[in-house]
Design a protein around this ligand. Structure first.
Ligand SMILES: [Fe+2]
Ligand SMILES: [Fe+2]
Length: 257
């Protein structure tokens, strides 16, 4: 068996703090084999830096997935090609930096972790997530496939799961920052539409409430400000049977402040 803990979008300092504070408990309770986190908002709400990448690695993270904010910090271009455990959506512009798959050997099985973006309500995408994952799967044959689909629309995430559920063992949605209560196994695939965020709880998706209200109510252009409120941790834990090559269990996790 392979047990995977996937932690949703880590937002800023409070999100990073919640991850490091809760990991010992999660490790003890779930005894997971593989730890994946989405890091697209880990550097002050947008993007990731080398220092934060190293912070995740030091915590024992096996793979960091990204999203539409992958390239928000210029610093990313200086280290993404050497960041062996970081993956970025295959179909996000620019396509020629970093990689979209991370391959790991586990108990004589080849595990592939993949990252794609949805096309609906998303800018800077190059092709659909369907085309993007098909190409990745063809180019990277492996026994167990785990996918982070970073997307807005629930319909697109469900269609994506239906299309790949016979060959992919785990598909999790990220990006909306709100956890959905639909976790289930479809065919051989463990699925949840959105894992939810690990970031400031009493906020607007991790962003400072006053700043968002000023921008929405007064229609004033504001500068993105991250909330300093304490964080919720959102995650899922998935069990995959390595002989049947099939997911057998998915459980939602939320630790609220
Ligand atoms: Fe996000
Ligand atoms: Fe996002």
């Amino acid at each position: 068996m392979l047990r995977v803990l996937f932690v949703g979008d880590i937002v800023g300092k409070q999100g990073r703090k919640a991850l490091s504070n809760h990991l010992p408990f999660l490790q003890e309770k779930y005894n997971y084999d593989l730890l994946i986190v989405n890091g697209e908002n880990s550097a002050h709400g947008k993007g990731i830096t080398k220092k934060i990448y190293d912070f995740f690695i030091n915590l024992g993270v096996d793979c960091i997935t990204m999203g539409n904010h992958t390239f928000s910090k210029d610093n990313i271009f200086t280290f993404i090609d050497d960041a062996g455990k970081l993956i970025r959506p295959a179909n996000l512009e620019p396509e020629n930096f970093g990689k979209a798959v991370h391959l790991i050997e586990f108990k004589n099985k080849k595990i592939g972790i993949f990252n794609v973006c949805g096309s609906i309500f998303m800018t800077n995408t190059t092709k659909t997530p369907f085309e993007a994952l098909e190409k990745l799967l063809k180019d990277n044959p492996c026994d167990i496939k785990i996918v982070d689909i970073h997307a807005e629309a629930t319909s697109e995430k469900y269609a994506f799961m239906q299309y790949f559920k016979k060959e992919v063992q785990m598909i999790v949605g990220t990006h909306t920052h709100i956890q959905t209560a639909d976790e289930a196994i479809f065919d051989r695939c463990a699925f949840i539409c959105d894992v939810g965020m690990t970031g400031p709880y009493n906020s607007v998706l991790g962003r400072d409430t006053d700043e968002v209200l000023t921008s929405m109510l007064d229609e004033i252009k504001t500068r993105y400000t991250i909330s300093t409120e304490e964080a919720i941790l959102s995650a899922v834990v998935v069990d995959i049977d390595l002989s049947e090559l099939k997911a057998i269990k998915i459980e939602r996790i939320q630790i609220r402040p």
